[in-house]
Design a protein around this ligand. Structure first.
Ligand SMILES: [Cu+2]
Length: 336
């Protein structure tokens, strides 16, 4: 009984120390969404329970190792014990109760975090290797930056154009897979004005770690101003070159093709038009309009020497003939 009281006392002390000294907020970036409050609350409870379970296991183990160690010269056998019904009932019933309680608070947290709101704003998230695009159907806008008004509930409708990605802003806590052919929902109400980053949380290929997008949470006025200026800017894209530049950003070409000569995943677009391009079978072609159009529609057809066939093959379904003409017009302008 003396040993039991000792161990329980140490367990209590170690648990309290764990709860006091491990601050869950140190382990996470600053919180910036209302859903995150619920998540952090659950995270805090988990840490407290874990502090207790860790102490329980480690204290009983180390206490026994130290206090009941073999005394020198003592060669006798230990006492023979067969079962202990009370103990067995306790260590079955207590964990069941704990798991049921954890399950219950998990379910109410999930219900909270996924709850819809009557005046939520829709943002469609389109991910691709290795870029993000955000469509605002209510405003007729598309952007490669995620701009959100503070305290506005947002329903994200998330999809992918190629492989599985995962939409995650650590400050908002919640995240959701982006799966090709499916639309997954995620609800976020940003609560703190500031700058954040979208990260991809699903290993999706060589540029996975650079698959970032800027997030700005603005006050309501700032958001409305952004909408007005974006609508005006897009309406003013009246040349094929300007529309082509917009497509370069919004259709994900930017994720693999640079404009400044650096090699990303595909060849740079700098001085591309008219250059002599060596293909992987050794032939040399001139990068004229027909070649560029063919490279966009059927990327697997003519592979540039030194590159792999990594370009998405479905632009023929996504882009119109005019889009491709605009893209080619834009490529022609990328010169030194
Ligand atoms: Cu990704």
């Amino acid at each position: 009984m003396k040993h039991f009281i000792n161990t329980i006392l140490i367990v209590v002390l170690l648990t309290v120390a764990g709860i006091v000294f491990i601050d869950p907020t140190d382990l996470l970036p600053p919180l910036a969404s209302s859903q995150g409050e619920t998540v952090d609350w659950l995270f805090g409870i988990h840490l407290k329970i874990i502090a207790f379970l860790f102490s329980l296991v480690v204290v009983f183990m180390l206490y026994s190792v130290v206090v009941f160690r073999n005394k020198s010269g003592d060669l006798g056998d230990g006492k023979y014990i067969h079962g202990n019904t009370k103990l067995e009932i306790a260590w079955t019933v207590v964990p069941i109760i704990m798991v049921v309680i954890m399950g219950y608070i998990g379910v109410i947290t999930l219900r909270d975090v996924t709850a819809s709101d009557p005046d939520e704003m829709v943002v469609e998230v389109v991910s691709s290797q290795w870029a993000w695009r955000f469509d605002y159907p209510d405003h007729g806008l598309s952007s490669t930056e995620l701009i959100l008004p503070v305290d506005q509930p947002v329903r994200f409708e998330i999809t992918s154009m190629d492989v599985i990605h995962d939409f995650w802003v650590p400050e908002f806590r919640v995240k959701q897979d982006a799966v090709p052919g499916a639309v997954n929902l995620l609800r976020i109400t940003p609560t703190v004005i500031g700058e954040y980053k979208v990260r991809c949380a699903e290993l999706c290929g060589v540029r996975h770690s650079q698959m970032l997008a800027d997030v700005s949470v603005l006050d309501r006025e700032g958001f409305d101003d952004w909408v007005v200026s974006e609508v005006a800017r897009i309406a003013s894209l009246d040349t094929p070159e300007a529309r082509g530049e917009q497509l370069y950003q919004n259709q994900g070409c930017i994720g693999c093709h640079s404009l400044d000569g650096t090699i990303v995943v595909g060849p740079t677009w700098l001085n591309l038009y008219g250059r002599n391009e060596e293909l992987d079978d050794g032939t040399i072609v001139i990068a004229d309009e027909d070649y560029l159009r063919n490279s966009i529609l059927y990327p697997g057809d003519q592979i540039v020497s030194g590159y792999q066939n990594l370009m998405p093959a479905n632009y023929a379904e996504i882009l119109s003939a005019d889009d491709i003409t605009d893209l080619i017009a834009y490529i022609k302008t990328i010169r030194e």
